[in-house]
Design a protein around this ligand. Structure first.
Ligand code: PMV
Length: 396
């Protein structure tokens, strides 16, 4: 087992195009969002496993000796075990969660225990570890925060147990794992996601692992080659929405008006494909005309999503505020509130970006300037000079 401190980060995700249409078999494009979750793992020798999640105020500690005595035969079904409902029930007993434990807290703890016990059980003795996970992502906003959490845990635990090598070489500030190692990280992270979500599509953990941009359709996920890193404003309207209800609403509209709604879904599919084509051509030196196409696609999709019934007054307001400044926005994810994204063209002056952020903030929204097409799960030097990692560490 490794004895050094590991510092890992993984990105969140946004859907660029194809939300809702994907439920009906169409293509969606999901991109890595450079708002990241960070994890610091310190092996220690105090016989404890400590888990701290400062964003949600969690601090848990277990005695390794007690965990060691547990009958974990329920995990022994092959290399990457699947968390069945019975297994999750067993984990609840192991975790000793109080009855009044909040849902987010208990799911985060269960996913951790599941990954820790499953990945580390091949060690002669379970390791004593101190793990802190913190995030720039708001949780419950459809930005893949739980997937980024599972990806960080899988990457750090597999590395500390030497199931995959630490790719960080002397003098590196940051590095990434090989394709084979990323595949293993993604497999385990998907199981963590299953503990948290039951039956997820797997796209969130795939984006968080691989980074960049992914296309997904009917369970098939593939990476786009060399997508450009695009600057965006990501806005959280903070209007709560329920994905299940919104998805059901679109289905009802499709049943009620098939001749009207089916062509909308086909058109959204064509928007995703056109966007994929343009992103593929943008490479490292995007042309202004390509940005104009991306903006038109954003506008058309936003209108379609409104026609599907998943718009919201807060999202209209977001589009109007940015439109007044010559910028183009669409909702991202389920709609009905939640988040929207605004494309920032290169050459846009910083004061203009700041003024737009200010205008959105004064609507009561949270707003981040960030990029999409960001790198997937990465390992950082613990003495990293990266100011963002340093700042986060200082804040702990
Ligand atoms: O819940 P969110 O914001 O991650 O968005 C879900 C995307 C939908 O296409 C609406 C639903 C789905 O399962 O793909």
């Amino acid at each position: 087992m490794l004895s050094e401190v590991l510092l890992v980060s993984a990105p969140g995700k946004v859907i660029l195009h194809g939300e809702h249409a994907v439920v009906h078999g169409k293509v969606a494009l999901a991109v890595a969002l450079n708002l990241r979750t960070f994890l610091r793992l310190q092996p220690h020798s105090n016989g404890k496993v400590d888990l701290s999640l400062p964003n949600i105020g969690i601090k848990w500690a277990w005695d390794v000796a007690r965990l060691q005595l547990l009958d974990t035969s329920f995990l022994e079904q092959g290399d990457v075990t699947t968390p069945t409902p019975e297994l999750v029930e067993k984990l609840k007993e192991v975790a000793g969660l109080p009855d009044d434990c909040a849902v987010t807290e208990s799911l985060a703890v269960l996913a951790f225990l599941y990954l820790y016990l499953s990945i580390c059980r091949k060690q002669r003795a379970l390791p004593s570890l101190d793990i802190v996970v913190w995030s720039e992502l708001p949780h419950g906003a459809g930005l893949g925060s739980s997937a980024a959490y599972s990806v960080c845990l899988a990457a750090a635990l597999l590395t500390v147990c030497e199931e995959i090598p630490n790719p960080l070489k002397d003098g590196d500030c940051v590095n990434r794992w090989t394709k084979e190692d990323l595949e293993l990280i993604n497999k385990w992270a998907f199981q963590g996601e299953r503990v948290i979500h039951g039956n997820p599509s797997g796209v969130d953990n795939a984006v968080s692992t691989w980074g960049g941009a992914l296309r997904y359709q009917q369970g098939k996920i593939s990476s786009l080659k060399r997508p450009p890193a695009l600057q965006i404003l990501l806005t959280n309207t903070k209007v709560p929405r329920n994905t299940r209800t919104l998805v059901a609403g679109v289905r009802n509209r499709l049943l009620k008006f098939p001749e009207i709604v089916a062509p909308l879904l086909t058109s959204i599919d064509a928007i995703s494909l056109e966007c994929e084509r343009v992103l593929g051509e943008m490479g490292e030196a995007p042309a202004p005309e390509q940005y104009l196409v991306l903006e038109e696609l954003i506008d058309m999709n936003q209108h379609h999503l409104n026609a599907l019934g998943v718009g919201h007054a807060s999202l209209d307001q977001l589009c109007q505020v940015t439109r007044a400044r010559g910028l183009h926005s669409k909702l991202t994810g389920a709609g009905g509130g939640g988040c929207g994204l605004t494309l920032l063209k290169p050459g846009l002056e910083q004061p203009e970006v700041e003024a737009t952020k200010q205008a959105l903030t004064s609507c009561g929204f949270d707003c981040w300037e960030t990029s999409i097409g960001a790198p997937g799960v990465s390992i950082h030097s613990a003495t990293s000079l990266d100011s963002r990692v340093q700042q986060a560490l200082d804040g702990l």
